[in-house]
Design a protein around this ligand. Structure first.
Ligand code: TXA
Ligand code: MG
Length: 371
């Protein structure tokens, strides 16, 4: 059911509801035409909703940065429908001498993980605007697996630059409603394909570094990558960069406030996290504050008798369920009127747990209590 924004000063937002497994070709055709003409289209991928523009249309790319409030030094991921469409975006011959195998490695990774939640950083071809890559000589590319994204990209027949469809530094959207919370009235079309399945952004893997390097952990885990790339490593940097630093971002999410709720959040890690959260919640309530808690399902009862706003994730032993709910839960707490959020550190050193821990730490902006 199409819906038009009332304020004529703003761009119209049309919400097109589509079946996530078999999207209506007419809705896809309309969104694809909008992209080709330089419009801004939000669409579901298996990870989070993206805000797409024609990647080779510099004006559209400029509008995208403005609408998101994204600094121009934060590069975008280019999404395509097939491996063949990557050829014009990448200059394999420009791979560093010690990375001459980048093309072979990319092809192997593509066979194994595409379409899917993996982004590859590759040498940029001259045809990719520097506005897209924030001046870098590399380009990030991804073939998403969500049927709506696939249909849209195949129909548009142009490469689509798409960051997550949130305002800069806000949690990524995993539902169309989240996109509208942040961007209503500022974009042309939202394809509403229901909630996304993975819930955290794609794994970003740099194949131009001296060793293959995971810049952002995601659902294609380090362990999965290691089967093809025994020398893959995880970027150790955990977000020490300040917002005032304006050179191109070499790696995603390096701003400590990335993915953050508006309400201040503290993350509790370690064996005594729940007990410490209860103490701190009581103290804050005693000071007259409204407290939100973000915990796995099992911890729900521990907070039942306290006057706190609870947002429950999935079971602690099920990282996929935790990831699927993470950003929605953060947004629920954010709009619930609480003064602060206490979050339990879930996830861990391996698998998808790594991505969870990374996103929670960033959402907490470095406010971490070791228990
Ligand atoms: O799952 C995803 O990746 C989602 C969906 C929409 O595909 N997209 C997404 O985009 O998360 P965004 O813009 O929110 O995050 C992309 C990250 C950026 O933080 C950026 O730093 C990194 O990828 N990136 C993009 N191009 C890069 C490059 N050439 N070198 C290193 N990092 C790059
Ligand atoms: Mg983002």
């Amino acid at each position: 059911m199409p819906r038009d924004a009332e304020n004529s000063d703003l761009t119209t937002v049309v919400v097109l509801r589509v079946d996530p497994t078999a999207p209506d070709p007419a809705a896809i055709a309309r969104a694809a035409a909008c992209l080709r003409e330089g419009g801004l289209v939000a669409f579901p991928t298996e990870t989070v909703y993206g805000l797409g523009v024609h990647a080779l249309d510099v004006d559209a790319v400029g509008r995208l940065f403005t609408v998101k409030g994204r600094p121009s030094h934060d590069p975008l991921i280019v999404h395509v429908a097939s491996f063949e469409q990557i050829a014009p975006l990448v200059a394999w011959q420009n791979a560093p001498a010690d990375r001459a195998d980048a093309q072979t490695r990319a092809a192997e990774l593509a066979r194994r993980f595409w379409p899917g939640p993996l982004t590859l950083v590759l040498p940029r071809a001259a045809g990719v605007p520097l506005e897209v890559t924030a001046g870098l000589d590399t380009v990030a590319v991804r073939i998403p697996s969500h049927p709506v994204a696939r249909a849209l990209l195949a129909t548009a027949e142009v490469p689509v630059a798409a960051p997550s469809a949130n305002l800069f530094s806000r949690p990524s959207p995993t539902q169309a409603a989240h996109v509208l919370q942040d961007l209503e009235g500022r974009i042309d079309i939202v394809l509403d394909g229901g909630p996304t399945t993975v819930g955290v952004e794609s794994t970003v893997l740099d194949l131009t570094a001296s060793r293959p390097m995971v810049l952002r952990p995601g659902a294609v885990t380090l362990e999965m990558l290691r089967e093809l790339l025994p020398d893959v490593e995880l970027r150790g940097d955990t977000g020490q960069r300040s917002e005032a630093d304006t050179g191109p971002l070499p790696s995603p999410g390096l701003l400590t406030t990335h993915y953050a709720p508006r309400v201040p959040m503290t993350l509790y890690e370690g064996a005594h996290a729940t007990a410490r959260m209860i103490d701190d919640a009581r103290a804050a309530i005693g000071r007259g504050q409204h407290v939100g808690v973000l915990v796995p399902r099992e911890d729900g009862p521990a907070f039942e008798l306290l006057p706190v706003q609870r947002a429950l994730l999935g079971a602690e032993a099920d990282p996929a369920a935790l990831a699927r709910r993470l950003y929605a839960a953060l947004r629920e707490l954010d709009v619930s009127g609480v003064d602060l959020i206490l979050a339990k550190g879930v996830g861990g050193p391996g698998g998808l747990g790594l991505a969870l821990r990374d996103r929670l730490r960033r959402a907490a902006g470095g406010h971490i209590v070791e228990t």
